[in-house]
Write a protein that binds this ligand. Structure first.
Ligand SMILES: Cc1cc2nc3c(=O)[nH]c(=O)nc-3n(C[C@H](O)[C@H](O)[C@H](O)COP(=O)(O)OP(=O)(O)OC[C@H]3O[C@@H](n4cnc5c(N)ncnc54)[C@H](O)[C@@H]3O)c2cc1C
Length: 329
């Protein structure tokens, strides 16, 4: 029988989380490299979620939650450990989010299975073992790890993998599973609070305002925070912005900084060096403001604005504020 690869799905009322779709894409690739079979394990049973799974996986293992309350990772870990024990999939994958990491780490310690967190690619070696590539030492060193054991667990870094759907499967099988422990763990999730764009990890930000040397001074750079607050966005920047002390290291975007894939990034006074674009080229929409019409970032941008960022950004802030005032009045 073909060995199963499972993806632990994260979904909420707005649908399947981006990181889970990326993990599904990597899992499809993994299954195609070897005689394998992809199944999705989910506790979200809505028709929308099952429809969104169809372009990725033929099988859905739906585990209806025992009660309407939101379950903690330990209870989910209990359930997953029980299901793994019964079906022995070759690999169980999840997105490298707080949820995905916690659940897989919990299962790993219960069943003594290898867990590779925060992987960037997955494949098989010739002996059929799962091989994971991951970065160490602030992403300066890459390591290849091979898993030993009946089942290997791995989480995938979000924002790196392009989502690749297949043809929607007309014969998606939904198997309703029963795997919940008799006792629900003492830890329960009571509420999800939306992340504050000022503090959210840049890799999870949906909108980013990003600045580089062209901002000129720390005072000018402060305007990007004002724009970001108005847009509900996070702030990032180039290495020069970091070297100048305008942003901390965790807000640097690029090869030696964060890889981001927001819905929108507004690049202000950034030239578009390859070491920078490495970290932001997967943004869905790129708007770039640069006074040099030949700046490489303008070739990458969906919308390029040639002009002085220190005139354009204040003008945009003014327009947004006027618009908000009109709406309020
Ligand atoms: C090993 C290595 C790793 C690196 N890793 C990273 C990394 O992770 N991230 C990263 O960002 N860089 C990284 N770099 C550095 C990278 O090569 C570039 O030097 C850096 O990205 C340039 O930053 P910048 O675009 O802010 O500055 P610049 O390249 O100097 O560009 C400034 C831009 O601003 C424009 N400009 C100037 N004034 C204005 C104005 N008033 N209005 C509008 N536009 C204006 C200019 O036309 C120019 O295009 C790395 C380099 C190396 C060698």
């Amino acid at each position: 029988m073909a060995q199963e690869v499972w993806v632990v799905l994260e979904a909420d009322e707005s649908g399947i989380k981006e990181g889970s779709l990326e993990t599904l894409s990597e899992a499809r690739k993994l299954v195609s490299l070897r005689e394998g079979h992809l199944a999705v394990i989910t506790i979200a049973g809505s028709e929308e979620v099952q429809r969104d799974i169809q372009p990725f996986a033929p099988d859905v293992l739906y585990v209806p939650p025992p009660e309407a309350s939101m379950l903690g990772p330990q209870t989910l870990g209990d359930m997953l450990a029980d299901m793994i024990g019964r079906r022995k999939p070759a690999a169980v994958l999840a997105a490298e989010t707080i949820f995905g990491h916690e659940v897989l780490a919990d299962v790993s310690s219960r069943l003594q299975l290898p867990f590779f967190p925060d992987c960037v690619t997955l494949s098989w070696d010739q002996g059929g073992r799962l091989v994971a590539e991951r970065y160490h030492c602030f992403d300066r060193v890459s390591a290849t790890l091979a898993g030993r054991g009946p089942t290997v667990l791995a989480s995938l870094r979000t924002g790196l993998i392009n989502i690749k759907k297949g043809m929607p499967s007309s014969k998606t099988q939904v198997e309703i599973m029963d795997g919940w422990p008799a006792q629900v763990s003492a830890v329960r999730v009571l509420e999800f609070i939306k992340a504050d764009p000022r503090t959210v990890d840049l890799s999870d930000a949906e909108v980013i305002v990003s600045g580089g040397r062209g901002m000129g001074t720390a005072e000018n750079f402060q305007r990007l925070w004002e724009l970001a607050d108005l847009l509900g966005a996070s702030v990032g920047g180039s290495r020069v912005a970091r070297d100048n002390g305008w942003i901390p290291l965790e807000r640097q975007i690029g090869q030696t900084g964060k890889s981001v894939s927001p819905k929108l990034i507004i690049s202000c006074g950034i030239s578009g060096a390859t070491q920078h674009t490495f970290g932001m080229k997967d943004a869905k929409t790129i708007i770039a403001i640069n006074k040099d019409k030949n700046a490489p970032i303008l070739k990458l941008a969906d919308l390029g604005i040639v002009g002085d960022v220190n005139e354009i950004v204040p003008a945009v802030i003014k327009l947004i504020k006027e618009g908000l005032q009109q709406r309020a009045g």
